[in-house]
Design a protein around this ligand. Structure first.
Ligand code: COA
Length: 255
């Protein structure tokens, strides 16, 4: 059975990490397949990609057995292949949502943080125990996590390896929303339905503008916003959005 699976429901593409007996720990092949899967899922009218784990857990990180067996050069390549996932998520024009049930630890938490946002269940436990293995985080976590939860909290999580449970994860902004385990799929479907009502070009350029704004000074962010909104204004989608509002009907965006 494939350890990385893709399924489609309407505008939603779901990528499932499917190795539940090992808490969906990622081998090198799975990392490459996940990267390919993200690119594959981009096509065919997909408006949102959900990333989840099979069974009761999201992902327990890189397979430690694999890591332990690598020589330093191959280990570096393995890490770089994991970083490709973050780059793939950031380059995609649609949001990638982590649907986090159970454990999201180590590379699993890295994966969740690399996503655009996170829906989680009340039994989730998220953290970065890398230092307890004598290693450190990758996937852009040193850049992304302080922006999500603040430098002090990121520092505490990364330097202690402490896992946080759902309530705390939501309180500190590590996850956007917490739902009961049996409502996670519905929460993802609800998000997909919301995104289906938006303009695909607008979402794609808004995602990029947010990323640029987050790493820029204010004048640069303002400039990029002007270019973004001006570009969008010239599209048929924007004209359709305005016309639909004025005609009091739902828009029919063509992207
Ligand atoms: N790599 C390889 N195998 C892993 C794994 C990982 N990252 N995480 C879990 N597994 C395997 C376990 O070895 C075990 O396999 P086994 O049944 O063949 O012995 C199985 O998955 C179940 O894990 P187990 O540890 O028994 O579950 P638990 O509920 O007691 O603990 C965790 C869950 C997540 C706390 C624990 O598995 C853990 O600490 N995993 C490592 C997390 C980590 O440090 N990741 C960073 C990697 S860089």
């Amino acid at each position: 059975m494939d350890e990385i699976q893709i399924s489609y429901t309407g505008h939603l593409a779901t990528i499932t990490i499917n190795r539940p007996a090992k808490l969906n720990a990622l081998t090198w092949e799975m990392v490459a397949a996940l990267c390919d899967g993200l690119r594959t899922a981009e096509g065919s009218g997909t408006r949102v990609i959900a990333l989840r784990g099979a069974g009761e857990h999201f992902c327990a990180g890189a397979d430690i057995g694999v890591e332990a067996s690598l020589n330093p050069l191959d280990y570096r390549r393995f890490v770089e292949s994991i970083q490709e996932i973050t780059l793939a998520i950031r380059r995609l024009p649609m949001p990638v949502i982590a649907a986090v049930d159970g454990y999201a630890v180590g590379g699993g938490a890295e994966l969740a943080v690399a996503c655009d946002w996170r829906l989680a269940t009340s039994r989730c436990r998220i953290g970065f125990p890398e230092v307890t293995l004598g290693i450190s985080v990758t996937s852009g976590v040193t850049h992304l996590l302080p922006r999500l939860i603040g430098f002090g909290r990121a520092s505490e999580m990364l330097l202690t390896g402490r896992l946080v449970a759902a309530e705390e994860a939501q309180a500190i902004g590590l996850v956007n929303r917490v739902v009961p385990p049996d409502e996670l799929d519905a929460a993802v479907a609800e998000t997909a339905a919301q995104l289906a009502r938006t303009g695909p070009l607008a979402v794609a350029l808004q995602k990029r503008a947010l990323a640029v704004g987050a790493r820029s000074d204010l004048p640069t962010a303002l400039d990029f916003e002007t270019e973004t909104i001006h570009t969008l204004f010239t599209t048929a989608d924007a004209q359709e959005g305005f016309a639909a509002f004025l005609a009091k009907r739902p828009p029919r965006f063509q992207g």
